[in-house]
Design a protein around this ligand. Structure first.
Ligand code: NDP
Length: 401
């Protein structure tokens, strides 16, 4: 008998609870809570229609630690799966400490007034979780998440001395909209417009956003332009694998996306500085989110595939070796299965698997952990069984850029 509380009824939360309902032997009792009850109820109806499983629903403002702790106590949850926004990470971690529950999320904490991505705030909870004998698992989505597990798997099975890591995130899908983001627009645009940063010879190198472009031929997707970006898993991976001399993150963007984004930036619509509009203080980026398509609704029209993976070069048994591990995910297949597009799917499934690792005791610990700190094998096995099978190939040579 397990009790899980999922917070956040968006695109990712919807996939996670659908997948939990498909595994009732692990997730016996699931509650979905979010800012709006109606969104939870809609998802619960879809879960029931697709799986025959009932989940409970609740309304919660997860910025309110006291109320969240009371909800955890009321539901008896032993694990809280935080699929709300990165702004809520610390208040939900505090609620878990108050109510005595384990914690999992898919994105690192960000303060609302500063687009700053780093683990320092959450790593600072190490002592508090350890002291109470509780576990917090950070970043159990795809990237961060599966990419961390792929790196740990490469280290364990393929390359004993890893030297360079490249994470390649390609969404080869087409949603038929002029401009839309694949997940929460506010979080996505904050991430994409932040300066790029990569790890090189023991230090961070910062460059302007979306400047460094390479072309890569993605399996089952084809050639795409990809851009150097900063992504939070670079911080934990270079911390836990200090032998890495270089670590970079690349994401593909189409011409239309970049053109729209440039215009929106130029006219100030992506700013997080409040402006006064007819007596109300509004944040341009939050207003922009309100007029953009809801990523959760893109599933109906999205076609094509995602391809996300890691390319790692290093020395193994005295030989240079380059290993590429990736997953291909089909937008339309995801929509048929759970009613969501592949970006929500590739995040919600690993959130479910991370939760399963914790509830079954396959991953155990006291304190705050990143994904690469645990044995990758049982997680990789579940990826294969639950919709995100991985492929692994050896490349003839390292990346030439
Ligand atoms: P959505 O915006 O679709 O969903 C977020 C949900 O959280 C919404 O239902 C929202 O409510 C709810 N919410 C927001 N604030 C609160 C609050 N204070 N209290 C309770 N509920 C709240 O986002 P996504 O589903 O696309 O993304 C969810 C998370 O997944 C994000 O943190 C995102 O960064 C992360 N992510 C991680 C990825 C990875 O690979 N690691 C990839 C993609 C996303 P309402 O509906 O009322 O707005």
């Amino acid at each position: 008998m397990t009790k899980t509380l999922v917070i956040g009824a968006g695109g990712v939360g919807s996939v996670a609870v659908h997948k939990m309902a498909m595994l009732p032997e692990i997730f016996t009792d699931v509650t979905l809570a979010s800012r709006r009850q109606i969104k939870c109820d809609e998802i619960a109806q879809s879960v029931y229609a697709r799986t025959g499983q009932k989940i409970d629903t609740n309304e919660i403002d997860a910025d309110d630690t006291e109320a969240t702790a009371r909800l955890i106590e009321r539901t008896g949850a032993q694990l809280v799966v935080n699929l709300a926004l990165p702004y809520q990470d610390l208040s939900i971690m505090d609620a878990c400490l108050k109510a005595g529950a384990d914690y999992l999320d898919t994105a690192n904490y960000e303060p609302r007034d500063e687009a700053k991505f780093e683990y320092s705030w959450q790593w600072a909870y190490q002592e508090k979780f350890a002291k109470q004998g509780l576990m917090a698992l950070l970043g159990s989505g795809f990237d961060p998440g599966v990419t961390n597990v792929f790196t740990a798997y490469t280290k364990k099975h393929l390359i004993e001395d890893m030297q360079t890591l490249d994470i390649l995130d390609c969404n080869g899908g087409d949603h038929g909209q002029h401009f839309a983001t694949n997940f929460n627009p506010e979080i996505n645009i904050r991430e994409v417009t932040a300066p790029a940063r990569h790890w090189d010879q023991g230090q961070w190198v910062e460059t302007a956003a979306l400047q460094d472009k390479q072309v890569f031929d993605f399996p089952e997707v084809g050639q795409r332009n990809m851009y150097l970006m900063y992504h939070e898993e670079l911080e934990s991976l270079t911390h836990h694998f200090p032998e890495l001399k270089r670590a970079r993150f690349w994401m593909t963007f189409g011409e239309a996306y970049l053109k729209h984004l440039e215009v929106l930036q130029n006219i100030g619509m992506t700013s997080i500085e409040p402006v006064n509009y007819e007596g109300h203080e509004i944040i341009p980026l939050q207003f922009l989110k309100a007029v953009l398509p809801n990523p959760g609704d893109l599933g109906k029209t999205t076609t094509g595939k995602t391809c996300i993976g890691t390319i790692i070069t290093g020395q193994h048994k005295g030989q240079q070796k380059t290993a590429y591990i990736y997953n291909i995910c089909d937008h339309e297949a995801c929509f048929r299965e759970v009613g969501s597009q592949a970006v929500s799917y590739t995040t919600g499934v690993p959130a479910m698997i991370g939760a399963a690792m914790m509830l079954t005791g396959k991953w155990q610990g006291k304190g705050v952990f990143n994904m690469e700190q645990f044995d990758p094998d049982p997680f990789m096995e579940m990826l294969n069984q639950h919709g995100l099978p991985y492929q692994h190939i050896l490349l003839d040579q390292p990346l030439d850029f």
